[in-house]
Each structure stands twice: as structure tokens, then as C-alpha cells.
Design a protein around this ligand. Structure first.
Ligand SMILES: Nc1ncnc2c1ncn2[C@@H]1O[C@H](COP(=O)(O)OP(=O)(O)O)[C@@H](O)[C@H]1O
Ligand SMILES: [Mg+2]
Length: 425
């Protein structure tokens, strides 16, 4: 595109060479390159600039311009050519360290639990590869207790454009990729993803990343494409990728180059989604965003994070009500329970109710007398059930303190600041 580069570009290239860590020089160079029509080079510079300074609004803006401009100026870039420079350079990724920990500490913890298959599921394919469940969640955001901030962010950045095709056109490619929900386990990431789909009557396809990998390794590489095609057929559709960190972990198994192929194919599919208003919206979730492959965190992919914290007081009350709805209870002081369960996850609260029921039941068996569950049972249960989010916060605290480059974890840092001195943390 750029035969005989302009003196300006030459000068800026020299500046970048002499100060490669200076994001501003790269942004300036990218701007000049875009003006000269060389979007491919500009994308590379901007990718680097965003790595150095993820907060740079200018770099992000130019990246979006370059990505959309690139498609018209130079014909649609093949997904691979757009994906690979980033993935291959991947300056933040230490391959030798990854190799050293080839024996990765944890296998993916779980695959997403099977969801009820609805009648319109046409994902079954004759070759017998696993079909993906298409769910039409009957949930809405109103069913999610508390989480006011999370809901607001989802409204603004996800639901509004989803509801409104005109708005989608306006946002254009900036809607590529998706939001990444992160936070301690059991605090409602999966739950709220389902509620988001339910909120606008969209279909939900929920896939654990380890499932995607197994799919790929198990059968033909066409399957990953099929997953995205299924989503397109179901549009409007929320495509929800759970345990996104599993891709990072597995990716460190560099023994197979096929691993890189699957990652790159995943990235290419991801990059293609949403670019043409087809009504497929991507959400991701992880307990460990710091383990998520950096290539997945690039602009246009899972570049925006939303922190999902343990339920606040109103959410705890709703969750407790929900789990006690069918139990034989008497005289439960919900307010006191809410107060004493600060830091509990949704899952912990469910376990607390379970455990209190068990105490009442055991007592009934012992005494031969059936009685309703009361506050005593909860007092006893609270001695055994403790918030499970502690270890997560221990890990997250050091990330917020020492690895909050570019403010990725500002939400988390603010949370710790607020909680300082509060019990339990
Ligand atoms: N804000 C909330 N409102 C209502 N229920 C919740 C909320 N947060 C969590 N829960 C309950 O806790 C359970 C576990 O949440 P889940 O979404 O599986 O957690 P995560 O995906 O973050 O590990 C949910 O199935 C739901 O019943
Ligand atoms: Mg989950």
C-alpha cells in the first residue's frame, strides 16, 4: 500500500525504533499509516501500543477505525491475517515459562452443566458429534438479586445495542468480541449470563471452553465452525463461553501445534462474529482472568471486563428467600442472616440453607418429633458454613496490587480499598 513512505512516516518509524516502549510514538505512527492507507501495519503498531498502554482511548479509537477501514481499503482481510500477527507476536506470552509448567496444575475444573434441551434445538448432527444445547432462559435480570452496577454495565454495553439493530450499525465493529465476566466462583456469572439472554428473549448457547477443545480434538475441526453457525441460525443468540481461562491453561501445552491451530481458529471465529450485525453476541466468564490467554484479551475480543462480586445484602436476601421457598420454616430472621453472611457466594448461601435443613432433620430423627426449621438451625449451620470466596480473594488481592497493568483490575482494586478493615477480608 505504501510505496515510498512519506518523510513523516519515516521519522515516526525512527522514533518508534529509538523508544520502542513509548506507546505515543506508535499511536502517532499508526495514525500516519492509516492516513497513508496502510492499515495492516497500523494494526500491528496499535496492537503494540495497546499492550503498552491499554487505557489509551486514542489507540483504541484508531484500532477500531483501522479494523473497519482495513476491510474496505484492502478487501476483507482473511481472519487469519488479522489474527495471526497479534497471536504470533504475543509479546506478553512467555512460551518457555509455559513449557516449563507443561504439567499444568489443574485440569479444567468442570464443564458447564448440561442445560435442558429445548424443542427448537437443531444442533444435533448426524455424524454424532456432540450437539450444543440451545436454551431459551425464562430468567430475566429482575431475577438476579442485587448486582446493580453489573446490570447497568450490561444494559449499556450489551443489551441496548442488542435490542436495537440501528444502534448496532452505529457501533459497528466496536461490538465485536464481548464482555468478560469475572469474579469468585459461585457468585452468579453463569446465572447472569442466562438472565441477559432471557431478558431480550434471545437464545443462549453455553459452552465450556474445555468442551470446545474436546470437540475439536475429538472430531473434525469443522465442529468449532458449526458451533458458531448454530449460533447464527439461532440469532438473536448469546454465545456464552464459560471457563475461558481453560484455553490459556491448555494453550501452555505447546507440545502440539494443533493447539495453536485451535486457538487461532477460535480467535478467527470470534473475530468474525458480530462484524456484520448478524445478531450473535458473545459473553465470556472466568474465575481467573489473569490466566486467560492474552490473545483473547485484545481489542475487539474479550477486552472489557465486568467484575461479579459476592452478592450484596439485597442479593443475599433474594438468594436466601429463593432457597428457602419450599422449606418448612418458622420465625426466620432474614435480616440477621443477611447480616451474618457477608462475603458468602450464592453457592455458599444455598449450602447454608441445605445445612440448616439437615440439622433440623437430624434433630427430628433424634427426638422423634417433627418440627419446623428455626433460627437455631441456622445458628448451628453458620458454625460450619463459611464463605468459600476467601482463597479467590487472596489470589485476586495480589493481582490487584501487583499486576494491575493498565488498570484492567481497577474494579477489583477499588473493591479491596472499600473493604479495608471490614471483617473477613
Ligand atoms: N445475584 C444472584 N441472584 C440470585 N441467585 C444468585 C445470585 N448469584 C448467585 N446466585 C445463585 O448461586 C448459584 C451459583 O451461581 P453461578 O452463576 O453458577 O456462579 P458462577 O458462574 O459465578 O460460578 C446460581 O445458580 C444462583 O442460584
Ligand atoms: Mg459459572
Amino acid at each position: 500500500m505504501s510505496d515510498g513512505e512519506s518523510p513523516l512516516i519515516n521519522a515516526l518509524r525512527q522514533a518508534v525504533r529509538s523508544a520502542p516502549e513509548q506507546a505515543e510514538f506508535r499511536v502517532a505512527l499508526a495514525e500516519a499509516l492509516i492516513d497513508a492507507g496502510d492499515t495492516q501495519d497500523a494494526i500491528v503498531e496499535l496492537g503494540e501500543a495497546l499492550r503498552l498502554d491499554p487505557d489509551s482511548a486514542r489507540a483504541r479509537e484508531l484500532m477500531l477505525a483501522a479494523l473497519s477501514g482495513g476491510a474496505t481499503a484492502a478487501g476483507p482481510p482473511s481472519p487469519a491475517s488479522e489474527t495471526d500477527p497479534a497471536a504470533d507476536q504475543d509479546p506478553g506470552f512467555d512460551w518457555s515459562a509455559a513449557e516449563a509448567e507443561l504439567d499444568f496444575p489443574q485440569p479444567p475444573r468442570f464443564t458447564s452443566s448440561p442445560k435442558p434441551v429445548s424443542a427448537d434445538d437443531d444442533g444435533e448432527d448426524p455424524e454424532g458429534s456432540p450437539a450444543h444445547d440451545v436454551e431459551r432462559p425464562a430468567l430475566s435480570l429482575a431475577d438476579v438479586g442485587g448486582m446493580a452496577e453489573v446490570k447497568e454495565r450490561l444494559q449499556l454495553s450489551f443489551l441496548a445495542p442488542m435490542r436495537n439493530p440501528e444502534l448496532r450499525k452505529l457501533y459497528g465493529k466496536s461490538l465485536r468480541g464481548g464482555l468478560l465476566l469475572y469474579g469468585p466462583p459461585g457468585c452468579g456469572k453463569t446465572f447472569i449470563a442466562r438472565a441477559v439472554a432471557g431478558e431480550i428473549g434471545a437464545a443462549l448457547i453455553s459452552v465450556g471452553i474445555s468442551e470446545v477443545l474436546d470437540l475439536w480434538f475429538g472430531a473434525s475441526e469443522k465442529n468449532l465452525t458449526e458451533l458458531f453457525e448454530l449460533a447464527r441460525r439461532q440469532a438473536p443468540c448469546v454465545l456464552f463461553f464459560d471457563e475461558l481461562d481453560a484455553l490459556g491453561q491448555r494453550r501452555s501445552l505447546t507440545r502440539s501445534s494443533s493447539m495453536r491451530t485451535v486457538v487461532n481458529q477460535f480467535l478467527a471465529e470470534l473475530d468474525s462474529v458480530g462484524s456484520d450485525n448478524e445478531g450473535v453476541f458473545v459473553l465470556g466468564a472466568t474465575n481467573a482472568p489473569w490466566d486467560v490467554d492474552p490473545a483473547l484479551r485484545r481489542p475487539g475480543r474479550f477486552d472489557r471486563t465486568v467484575l461479579v462480586l459476592p452478592p450484596d445484602a439485597p442479593a443475599r436476601e433474594e438468594i436466601l428467600r429463593y432457597h428457602l421457598r419450599d422449606r418448612p420454616i418458622a420465625e426466620i430472621n432474614l435480616e440477621s442472616l443477611v447480616e451474618r453472611t457477608d462475603g458468602f457466594s450464592g453457592a455458599d448461601l444455598a449450602y447454608l440453607c441445605e445445612s440448616a435443613t439437615e440439622k433440623a432433620l437430624m434433630d427430628a430423627v433424634r427426638s422423634g418429633e417433627v418440627r419446623l426449621m428455626g433460627m437455631d438451625d441456622f445458628d448451628a449451620a453458620l458454625k460450619d458454613v463459611h464463605p468459600s470466596t476467601g482463597p479467590w480473594f487472596d489470589a485476586a488481592r495480589s493481582v490487584a496490587l501487583f499486576a494491575n497493568e493498565g488498570g484492567t483490575y481497577d474494579d477489583l482494586a477499588a473493591y479491596f480499598k472499600n473493604r479495608k478493615g471490614t471483617k473477613g477480608l
